[in-house]
Ligand binder design. Structure first.
Ligand SMILES: NC(=O)c1ccc[n+]([C@@H]2O[C@H](COP(=O)([O-])OP(=O)(O)OC[C@H]3O[C@@H](n4cnc5c(N)ncnc54)[C@H](O)[C@@H]3O)[C@@H](O)[C@H]2O)c1
Ligand SMILES: NC(=O)c1ccc[n+]([C@@H]2O[C@H](COP(=O)([O-])OP(=O)(O)OC[C@H]3O[C@@H](n4cnc5c(N)ncnc54)[C@H](O)[C@@H]3O)[C@@H](O)[C@H]2O)c1
Lengths: 207, 207
């Protein structure tokens, strides 16, 4: 299994390769990739050899080949149906985001407990009550869920998702979820990104 | 300068140490930390020796000492005033988030162009028009800004922030911002986190 930074870097390489493919570029050197991603040339070559790819002398890496290989490793398909629970400010922003759709993740179901929201349609998705989660997950074979409820509802909702058959939860709440070992939880915390930005700005000041 | 994964890992170590300090724990072994963070023991010891810290035999790492050292490296203070531009769904969720406040980042100014929002107060912050950004940034010495406008407004708004004196932008928009080299931009993209979760779930299925 690859370490998290490597997996996330592969996601970034994939975006770069897709951008090149979109512009009709068939091969790219590690130096060219290095300029696009602002990652050192050596690190790029190391990362790509890690997944069994080496550039062809004088030609570089074959773009479409790399796209296919990376998508394979990340388990990406052109259509991965997911659900979202907690249609508040954050949930709504994620529902509306085209970025996820472009990556193949389609939010096909959204759930809440607020009666003023249930039954309303948003971005082609009708909001349903949490009680509908088990039948929906079973019917559509959903494996992944986004959790954007308030912290106090997080554990309880996670348990509904787990017993419904969800295998992976993208957790935006501040709660550390308690789930069986076969369920993967990935916590998202923007403050880590804010601390990283703060570090960049501070270390610039110190130079 | 430390590589990004190392900086982000330091943020995670910091949270673990603060949690221990909160519970009155004065020392922790790398093994104990390894269990809390679910990161291998060896990686923890390597990461902490990187910042000049080694555990005391039989006692482990001194918690408060490490908290101070990591905060120093990350440039964290108990009060870092920041501003947010684009008070929509995502902006509102960030404004309301207690997590950032706990980390010392206080959103003290919020800006939008929607006349129905300007003048309204939200989470102790009064929303102002973008034209007020330069004077506000100057008056309060703001260095960091969160950008949560639609993609089409992103570059234009970034330029306002840069000329106002902002040194770092946490960019949530899908646009790649064009800024002078002394301005740091950190792009946040949840789809990278979604792809990582998808990878975890898929590689579990393959086992
Ligand atoms: N990851 C981060 O860095 C970050 C940033 C901001 C907010 N957050 C977190 O994201 C979550 C959502 O934030 P928000 O600002 O959108 O909150 P919000 O209050 O606007 O939205 C919460 C939504 O969840 C619904 N809800 C409540 N209980 C529910 C349940 N049992 N089942 C389904 N839905 C339920 C509410 O009706 C509401 O629609 C919070 O936990 C917040 O702390 C995280
Ligand atoms: N990083 C991610 O993974 C992710 C996820 C979801 C959304 N997003 C992005 O976050 C951004 C906000 O999303 P949202 O759903 O909150 O959108 P939204 O439409 O709800 O909010 C946008 C806000 O920006 C304001 N605005 C427009 N032009 C402005 C300007 N020139 N100056 C200041 N404010 C301005 C609008 O009036 C509105 O209040 C979008 O760019 C979206 O693509 C990113």
């Amino acid at each position: 299994k690859l370490p998290p930074p490597t997996v996330k870097r592969l996601s970034l390489y994939l975006r770069a390769f897709e951008g090149l493919d979109h512009r009709g570029v068939t091969h790219i050197s590690s130096k060219g990739l290095s300029e696009i991603l602002e990652i050192p040339d050596t690190q790029i070559r190391k990362g790509l050899s890690f997944i069994g790819k080496t550039g062809r002398r004088g030609k570089g890496y074959p773009v479409r080949d790399l796209i296919q290989r990376i998508r394979e490793i990340l388990g990406l398909k052109s259509y991965i149906p997911i659900i979202l629970v907690g249609v508040g400010n954050l949930g709504t922003a994620l529902l509306a985001s085209k970025l996820m759709k472009q990556r193949g993740f389609r939010i096909v179901g959204a759930f809440d407990v607020d009666v003023s929201k249930i039954g309303k349609k948003f971005c082609d998705v009708r909001i349903q009550d949490d009680s509908k989660i088990p039948e929906f997950v079973k019917e559509y074979g959903i494996k992944l869920a986004i959790l954007t409820t308030p912290g106090e509802a997080a554990q309880h909702t996670a348990e509904i998702l787990v017993s419904a058959g969800i295998s992976g939860i993208l957790n935006f709440t501040p709660e550390n979820l308690s789930v069986p070992p076969y369920v993967k939880v990935h916590n998202v915390d923007f403050t880590i990104e804010m601390e990283f930005l703060n570090y960049l700005v501070n270390s610039e000041d110190l130079e």
